[in-house]
Ligand binder design. Structure first.
Ligand code: GRF
Length: 197
């Protein structure tokens, strides 16, 4: 199975998946990184792993539809079969969504369907969880569709929310678990244990 990553920032989840592919615990080939941000840490990580990358964004393609098509072309050229969103801060265009229907994974740093949707990204999520006095949070790997954070859930992991938690502390606790959950989910898809619709 050939993996294509879309990332915008550090790419620590992508790294966890690359590492799992390197040691054979995920039976898949990291084929391509598409990144909208030329200075993202994810690019350096892709270079270290000898995985090709492409920078595609509103500067390289000012027209939204042309950008969508360019991203699709890159994924197809690299023969990507499963698209892995790894901290990608842009909306996926309709062409990519259609071509990779039920083949685009995302990880969200909360227990969906709670704390998902518009504006629920980065630290906003953890602030909202603490403000709501939740006693547990976690991470969710799900398929994406046209609506943010609403595709079928594949796997979740829970972490406690402690009374003295700051959003930063909670984020770190969740991220540590993301680095196990995301590779584990992809390993199970690659082995057939998780069947995509
Ligand atoms: C993670 O918190 C993930 O849940 C969210 O974006 C963040 C990406 O972090 N979708 P990284 O770039 O993988 O370090």
């Amino acid at each position: 199975m050939r993996l294509g990553f879309l990332a915008s920032h550090g790419g620590s989840n992508m790294q966890a998946i690359l590492d799992a592919c390197a040691i054979g615990s995920i039976k898949a080939i990291p084929a391509l990184l598409v990144c909208n941000n030329r200075t993202a840490g994810a690019i350096e990580r892709s270079q270290k792993a000898n995985m090709p990358f492409a920078v595609l964004n509103g500067k390289t393609h000012p027209d939204e539809d042309a950008l969508d098509q360019a991203i699709l072309n890159s994924l197809k050229d690299a023969q990507v079969e499963l698209v892995v969103l790894a901290g990608y801060m842009k909306k996926i265009g309709p062409r990519v969504l259609k071509a990779y229907h039920n083949r685009i994974l995302n990880i969200h740093p909360a227990l969906l369907p709670k704390f998902g949707g518009q504006g629920m990204y980065g630290m906003n999520v953890h602030k909202a969880v603490i403000a709501a006095k939740e006693t547990k949070s976690g991470a969710t790997v799900h398929l994406i569709d046209e609506v943010y954070d609403e595709g079928p859930i594949l796997q979740q992991v829970e972490v406690p929310v402690l009374p003295e938690d700051t959003p930063e502390i909670l984020q770190a606790r969740v991220l540590t678990q993301e680095h196990f959950l995301y590779p584990d989910t992809i390993a199970k898809i690659a082995s057939g244990e998780i069947k995509l619709p």
